[in-house]
Design a binder for this molecule. Structure first.
Ligand SMILES: Cc1ncc(COP(=O)(O)O)c(C=O)c1O
Length: 436
């Protein structure tokens, strides 16, 4: 097959410069372990786990076999008023990984759907407990909560918002947690916990009893790995408790070992009321997301409905799809068998030291990181983001995949990576960034 603009034209690619890509396509045709291969035969080291999905490495036979078996045995079942065993098993397995008390799991097909589902669950919860006046939501500048209408409204990235008018209007954004004084901090910065007080100010301004939920990524991932300052998440928890606000951690990137524990909630010792997850839930092999909620939220919504009635008027045709469940179960088994979350925790100091070794480069203006995720800010050129896009393209042909958001590279290798893979990632980054 010839990869020319003619043959590529019909696919309108997401978050991609379509004209640019189709003029010089970068196609990935094979994956194995921590590597990809491109359509010209080049081998590429995966420095970003695809898109922070493939924690156990690519093309795991255990997942492929489970998917194959499931699709031959029972490919689809209507998820409304009927079910299949794997979804209950998977929910049970997930609930063993989430913090105690967050034991009920609603399945979606993506992180974006998980976020919009969490918004609706928060609304349903307050309504069920007689507080339907809580219609306002709080999120944060530089947040990324996916691309559905709810998630786009919650997000704080201008490019993702400015084209789309008429988003949810009842959302206010706290300040983000990037501070000049914290540049080149490895792990959690010492200063910045006070930024959580923005939530309290909103409660003072709008009335705490009008706020339904506060959404944050424990580590803001897509926008460049903003690690929460010490005490910041704890303070958010306190303010939420004071005002009866539901605290949602969006762990679509953080979940499943990226921070060295199953969830960032456990790494940071702060328990939210709801956790959204996706990506590494199935190792990226089949689309799936999920929302884990506190038992009290589930009980309140369920018990408020008449006996035998549907309690939550929400769900997707592909909620808990059997094939996704099979992939999820096989994935969680790999994580457990290979101790990948513990491995991430052990490997983290080495990983962070290596990435931070790039700070001597003149083009590097900041580095942040925690667990097995780190961000490198590169001095921008005339057009913001253009340099980052070019670096990502050049790295691809040099044999390295690193996802850039604007002029920030986000490094998050599969959790099966060896030290020499980390060395290789950093060497290739050094070589490229030294040219700037
Ligand atoms: C924190 C967070 N929430 C939501 C999403 C959206 O997930 P998806 O792209 O699967 O819809 C992402 C994607 O990167 C994310 O990082």
């Amino acid at each position: 097959m010839q990869y020319t603009a003619n043959t590529l034209e019909k696919h309108w690619m997401p978050f991609t410069g379509n004209r640019d890509f189709k003029a010089d396509p970068r196609l990935v045709v094979r994956g194995q372990g921590v590597h990809y291969w491109d359509h010209k035969g080049g081998k590429i080291l995966d420095g970003s786990s695809g898109l922070f999905c493939s924690a156990a490495g690519h093309c795991r036979p255990e997942i492929a076999d489970a998917v194959h078996k499931q699709i031959k045995e029972m490919d689809f079942v209507a998820p409304f008023q009927s079910g299949h065993p794997a979804s209950f098993e998977l929910a049970d397995k997930i609930s063993k990984l989430t913090p105690d008390g967050l034991d009920h799991v609603f399945f979606t097909n993506s992180g974006s759907e998980a976020v919009d589902t969490a918004l609706k669950i928060a609304m349903a919860y307050h309504r069920a407990r007689g507080e339907g006046q809580r219609t306002r939501f709080v999120s944060r500048e530089r947040a990324y909560h996916g691309v559905n209408i709810g998630g786009t409204s919650l997000s704080g990235m201008v490019k993702n918002r400015e084209t789309f008018s008429g988003l949810m209007s009842n959302i206010v954004h706290m300040r983000h947690t990037w501070l000049e004084e914290n540049r080149f901090t490895k792990g959690q910065p010492e200063t910045g916990a006070y930024l959580a007080d923005d939530l309290d100010r909103f409660a003072q301004t709008y009335g705490g009893t009008t706020i339904a939920a506060c959404f944050v990524e424990p580590i803001a991932g897509s926008t460049g790995v903003l690690v929460p300052p010490k005490g910041y998440l704890e303070r958010l928890r306190e303010i939420c408790d004071t005002h009866g606000i539901v605290l949602v951690f969006d762990e679509v990137i953080c979940g499943f070992g990226r921070t060295g524990k199953a969830f960032a909630a456990q790494s940071f010792g702060v328990t939210p009321d709801i956790i959204t997850m996706a990506k590494a839930l199935t190792n990226g092999a089949v689309p799936m997301g999920a929302v884990a909620v506190k038992d009290e939220i589930y009980d309140t919504v369920v018990n408020a409905a008449p006996e035998n009635a549907i309690e939550l008027f929400h769900g997707y045709t592909y909620s808990a799809h059997p094939v996704a469940c099979a992939a999820g179960l096989a994935t969680l088994q790999i994580y457990e068998k290979e101790g990948l979350f513990e491995r991430a925790e052990e490997l983290s100091p080495y990983f962070l030291d290596k990435v931070f070794s790039l700070r001597d480069l003149s083009a590097v203006t900041d580095i942040r990181g925690y667990g097995m995720i780190a961000a490198i800010d590169v001095a921008g050129g005339e057009v913001p983001g253009a340099r980052g896009t070019q670096i990502q393209k050049d790295l691809f042909w040099n044999g390295l995949h690193v996802k850039f958001t604007a002029d920030t590279g986000i490094v998050a290798p599969p959790l099966i990576a060896e030290k020499e893979h980390i060395d290789e990632i950093v060497e290739m980054l050094r070589e490229k960034l030294a040219e700037i």
